[in-house]
Design a protein around this ligand. Structure first.
Ligand code: KG4
Ligand code: ZN
Length: 340
């Protein structure tokens, strides 16, 4: 193996076509992200068929662009990492087939990566992971607490029993008339309002690290429905603040008690909702008071990108976890099965 390890990584699990080149697992030489948000906006959400088509249109030129930007050729690349799942199957297959074609044509190892492991490893691009750690995953499809005693060791200690937190954000956003993806807009509005609607905090059983957001989402929808029926004025900023406070209090409370129970050194936050300002500021305060190191990626590394896939792919490649040309994508995938 060469002294410098270069991974070319591809991510196409949802509505971003992304290619990145990562040096030695931690240094981003390039991270190109083609977002399809404008195209899906008019449908109010991601349309899987439309997503696959955009990936097909964009993948080849994005690979070329990444190589040009990193000033390398395919010959310099040590391995090709690609998101295997979970995600939209048609979208995943575009990235997987591009990765297979490159691996076959240039005789390079192919490294399949779990999308959520990628989100976790996004943190390692900015500061080293400190084990044992707890990872709070908050994305459009997942809400989980994952305990890691070392690299590539994933134990899910809690997860959502219904909606993912990003999904709840997007639904609440739609109810107050905001465009897809509504999460960032609800976050912005939340900084302007008061917690005047007092939505419930869903803690579930005392010792459980599981989450539930569908009851909260229904509470918001019902409240708005009642107010509309009575012809009363709805304060959208207050709805956003009240909803966000309820979500953040539970996410922070459960994360901190999991960190204490598992006696971890670091709390990592990963996934699109990790860029939420309310969540970030509350976690900073809670971790400081409990002496827990906190790592939250910069917003550009919180949402889907290939750099995070390259960061996780590097460790999988070092561990020899490569795949052959029969590699397939999966729409749902257990992160624990990715543990070493
Ligand atoms: O991780 P991600 O990019 O895609 C998935 O793998 O799901 O997460 C996207 C989700 C969307 O639901 C989006 O509304 C939400 O993350 N999101 C936010 C914020 N930024 C993105 N939710 C709340 N506040 C934000 N600032
Ligand atoms: Zn994601």
């Amino acid at each position: 193996m060469s002294k410098e390890t270069l991974i070319l990584a591809i991510e196409s699990s949802c509505d971003e076509t992304s290619v990145s080149i990562i040096k030695n697992g931690t240094e981003i030489l390039t991270n190109i992200v083609l977002s399809q948000i404008e195209s899906h906006k008019r449908f109010g959400g991601v349309v899987p068929e439309v997503a696959s088509r955009h990936h097909v249109e964009g993948i080849t030129t994005t690979v070329d662009e990444a190589l040009i930007e990193a000033e390398i050729t395919m010959n310099d690349v040590d391995a090709i990492a690609v998101t295997q799942g979970p995600g939209l199957i048609g979208a995943l297959l575009v990235g997987i087939n591009a990765a297979k074609a490159l691996a076959f044509a240039y005789d390079k190892p192919l490294v399949p990566v779990h999308h959520i492991a990628g989100h976790i490893y996004a943190n390692n691009l900015e500061e080293p992971l400190q084990f044992p750690l707890m990872a709070l995953i908050v994305s459009g499809g997942h809400t989980e607490l994952v305990y890691m005693k070392d690299h590539l060791s994933f134990e899910v200690i809690g997860e959502t029993r219904d909606d993912a937190v990003g999904e709840a954000y997007d639904k609440v956003a739609r109810t107050i008339g905001l465009n897809y993806p509504g999460g960032p807009q609800v976050d912005r509005l939340a900084s302007e309002g008061q917690d005047s609607y007092h939505f419930p905090r869903v803690w579930l059983d005392k010792d459980s690290y599981d989450f539930s957001f569908s009851g909260l989402k229904s509470a918001v929808i019902n409240k708005l429905h009642n107010l509309r029926q009575k012809g009363e004025k709805i304060n959208h900023a207050d709805v956003a603040t009240s909803f966000q406070n309820s979500v953040v209090e539970v996410l922070v409370g459960k994360s901190i008690s999991a960190c204490k129970h598992y006696n971890v050194k670091q709390l990592l936050v990963a996934g699109g909702v990790a860029s939420n300002k309310g969540l970030r500021s509350n976690l900073v305060e809670a971790c400081a008071s409990q002496n827990i190191a906190l790592s939250i990626p910069s917003p550009a590394l919180c949402t889907d990108n290939a750099a995070m896939i390259g960061a996780a792919g590097y460790y999988l490649y070092q561990a020899g976890l490569t795949a052959d040309m029969t590699l397939n994508g999966f729409n749902s995938m257990d992160i624990e099965s990715f543990s070493m």
